[in-house]
Ligand binder design. Structure first.
Ligand SMILES: [Cu+2]
Length: 488
């Protein structure tokens, strides 16, 4: 009887015990700028081939500036592949600066993983070819050139990477128009200078926007039918952390986290989603009256701690340097029930076989201390007192080893979403309390709250070579909060 199993029971059984906080709906105009809600745009599909990085000429997109993107359209196309497929794409860099592609969460050979040492120069191209090992799930892709990740992602360079497999497809989960990818981000659209311009306070706080965008659409709405939907949630924001709930408190039925399906659905009222994290949820609109609207919101939170599933609302503060500070309550996307679905859909009772790593079998324990340097304006953010050095190898890991890692925050002011390349892990414990609903299953990114220690058990990847461990608050990463992990 593992503690993990007990914990799962706690989450499922305790789901209804989570406090349901009814937030007043915030009108979009409370933050100025565009007040009107706009229809969601769905990305097109991409199965492989040429993927051009470029700046689009169109300034009429919702981003208020010329978007940077992959594949010549915004939002960037969704890559769809099946497990065991050989995926191949050629990146042609038509930007005026280096870029690259990191396949976030996807297990790619080290030289295909988009390490900053492999950035593609302006005008150059690079071919990526590898076999898909991942379980069915929602992954994503974005640039990774050192010190420019924040800028390039913010300006639009991010897309979904969806893996399917036969185990998942046998489940009969909502498909087609009922399977909706939602890339949640925030942008500064109110101040009249919509480009990316980091100020000194943006380095510790992260680049926080004043407007929520979904698939690059500000203040989005989406028309739905009276059925069961599968929403693939991706936090693609540079720094903003979301604590999602529905305006009427209806459950979010979590079926997958970063690394694919859980073994069974978990119902929760609130869901933490940090930068880089994904979660797939089932949402039931079958009992909604025609014309009904439901808002997906982010609840207010403080920096004090995750508090498990949602008990703590904290002190509601957080670092402030915009109209919408970290932890502010905000609307994310509105769903308008507009038509009848032909069938209601069904939540499966069982999902996928989920191997559970046993921390007692780990061959090594590593500690990653997350700390702020004093008295500096850049190079603030460190892992084990180190700032990123492209040429220095910081950790050596045997391929396929099972290891326990402790992310130990010595920072009392910021939440750090810690992300590893080339492997996945499972969350074992949080020093601040119970695990969150989005800590379940396989993960590549985990929120570490101030002064918290998060223990995970990782299975090191199969490919030898140089990978990364870093904070996915992109201004922290660009500031040097990143180390090299070499798989031996
Ligand atoms: Cu960070």
């Amino acid at each position: 009887m593992s503690s993990r199993r007990e914990f799962l029971k706690t989450v499922v059984g305790g789901g209804m015990a989570f406090s349901v906080v009814q937030l007043p709906w915030l009108s979009a105009c409370s933050h100025g700028g565009t007040t009107e809600r706009q229809p969601l745009v769905l990305p097109s599909d991409f199965a492989g081939g040429m993927l051009i990085a470029s700046v689009l000429p169109d300034v009429s997109s919702g981003l208020g500036t010329q978007p940077w993107t992959f594949g010549g359209r915004t939002p960037a196309p969704t890559i769809r592949v099946r497990k065991t497929d050989t995926f191949s794409a050629q990146l042609l860099n038509n930007l005026a600066e280096p870029t690259s592609i990191h396949w976030h969460g996807v297990l790619a050979p080290a030289d295909m993983d988009g390490h900053p040492k492999d950035a593609v120069a302006a005008g150059a191209s690079r071919t990526f070819t590898y076999q898909i090992q991942n379980r069915a799930g929602t992954y994503w892709y974005h640039p990774h050139p050192h010190t420019a990740v924040g800028k390039q992602v913010y300006l639009g360079m991010a897309g979904f990477f969806i893996v399917q497999d036969s185990e998942e497809q046998a489940l009969g989960l909502p498909a087609g128009e009922f399977d909706v990818p939602l890339m949640i981000q925030d942008r500064r659209l109110m101040g009249g200078s919509p480009g990316y311009a980091v100020t000194p306070t943006d380095i510790p706080n992260g680049y926080l926007g004043d407007t929520i965008t979904v698939n690059n659409v500000p203040n989005a709405y989406h028309e739905v039918a009276t059925g069961l939907y599968r929403f693939r949630l991706l936090n693609g924001a540079n720094a903003r952390i979301f604590r999602l709930m529905f305006s009427d408190g209806r459950p979010l039925v979590v079926i997958a986290t970063d690394g694919g399906l859980l073994d069974a659905p978990v119902s929760t009222d609130t869901l933490w989603l940090g930068p880089g994290e994904r979660a797939e949820i089932l949402v039931d609109f079958s009992k909604d009256p025609m014309g009904h609207s439901i808002m997906l919101q982010s609840m207010a939170f403080g920096m004090a701690g995750s508090g498990g599933g949602g008990g703590h609302t904290g002190h509601g503060g957080g670092a402030t340097n915009t109209e919408l500070p970290q932890g502010a309550a905000v609307d994310v996307i509105r769903f308008d029930v507009k038509r009848a679905a032909s069938s209601a859909g069904r939540v499966p009772t069982k999902l996928a076989v989920l191997e559970k790593l046993d921390p007692s079998t780990a061959t090594k324990t590593r500690t990653f201390e997350l700390a702020m340097r004093e008295g500096v304006t850049t190079g603030l953010h460190t892992i084990n007192k180190l700032l990123f050095d492209l040429a220095r190898v910081d950790e050596q890991l045997p391929a396929q080893a099972v290891e326990v890692w402790d992310f130990k925050s010595l920072d009392d002011g910021n939440i750090h979403p810690m992300h590893v390349h080339g492997m996945q892990f499972q969350v074992v414990s949080r020093s601040s309390g119970p695990l969150n609903a989005n800590d379940l299953g396989w993960k590549d990114t985990v929120l570490v709250f101030p002064m918290e220690t998060v223990r995970v058990v990782a299975r090191v990847g199969t490919y030898p070579g140089l990978y990364l461990l870093h904070c996915h608050t992109l201004e922290h990463e660009d500031d040097g909060m990143m180390i090299n992990m070499q798989i031996m």
